[in-house]
Structure formats: C-alpha cells, structure tokens
Design a protein around this ligand. Sequence first.
Ligand code: HEC
Length: 142
Amino acid sequence: MRFKLPLGAIVLTLLASCAGVDSTPATAFQVPEIEMTTAQLEHGAKIFKYKCAACHSMDVDKSQFFGPHLNQIMGRKIGELESYKFSDDVADFDFYWTLENMDAWLENPQQIVPNMCMPFLGIKNSEQRLALIGYMQQASTP
Ligand code: HEC
C-alpha cells in the first residue's frame, strides 16, 4: 500500500527535525510517497539531470554507470545494492534512506557521508530537495 502525504506536511516535519542522520533501523519500510504537482516533478527531474545524472541513473540496467543506480533508493539501507561495489567508507555506514536522512544528506552531503558523490556539495533549498526526492520516488520502477 502506498501512502500519500501532502508536500507541505513533509516540509514542516523536516523543518522540525534537526540535521544529522537517524541510524535507528526502521522496521516497516515503505517510505511515504511525496505527492507532487507536475511542475514540482519536472523541477525534480531537472535537478536530477543537472546534479546527479552524470553519475547516476534511475534505471536498474545502468547500475554500472559510475555510481550505483538510484532506482528504489528510498527505504534502502545505504551501500546495500548488490549490483554495485561500494567503497569501504560508504559500506561502513549504517542507516536507511528515510525521507529525513535523504533530506539531511542532500543538504549537507559531505558532512554526513564524506567523499560520497564528490563534487556534489548540497542543495540548500528545502523545496528543491523535496522535489528531487519526489522525483526519485516517481521515477522508480518496482
Ligand atoms: C561525480 C559523480 C556523482 C555525482 C554528481 C553524484 N553522485 Fe551519488 N554516488 C556516486 C558514487 C561513485 C557513489 C558510490 C560511492 C562509494 O561507494 O563510495 C554514489 C552514491 C550515492 C548514494 C548511495 C546509494 C546507496 O545505494 O546507498 C546516493 C543515495 C547518491 N549517490 C545520490 C546522489 C544524488 C541524489 C545525486 C545528485 C544530487 C548524486 N548522488 C550525485 C557518484 C556521484
């Protein structure tokens, strides 16, 4: 079952939480899908294209791009994709890509997982981060 949350509610939740990742392994793992307008989705797709697509694909068949594919990234544990050989630095991390963790990482990537995705230095605008996360959810295939 998929849950829909209005974007505004998520922004408020995220603003209320502080920076840093929560390493508590979540049990039920279905990250609620962010409800987005077509314009927000297009915005997210554009951000992905300019900031991520040089190294990542949303397509599982392109897992050997330069970075791992990001299909179904939300809800997965960091560095767990079997088809990709992660560096030890990343494989040693132990958290799940929840909405909160992904948002915190996108805001301060080098502070949270140093050296992953260099030279990506983060997205300060929370609406842009949410549009990107929503896009990664919508562009995922089961
Ligand atoms: C310059 C290339 C590059 C860019 C640009 C880049 N990444 Fe990465 N990314 C990587 C590489 C390489 C890894 C694997 C790192 C490792 O194993 O040390 C990675 C890992 C990741 C992971 C961890 C995957 C997992 O399964 O846990 C996520 C999430 C991620 N990138 C998201 C993004 C997003 C979102 C963007 C755009 C905002 C982005 N990256 C931009 C190269 C890049």
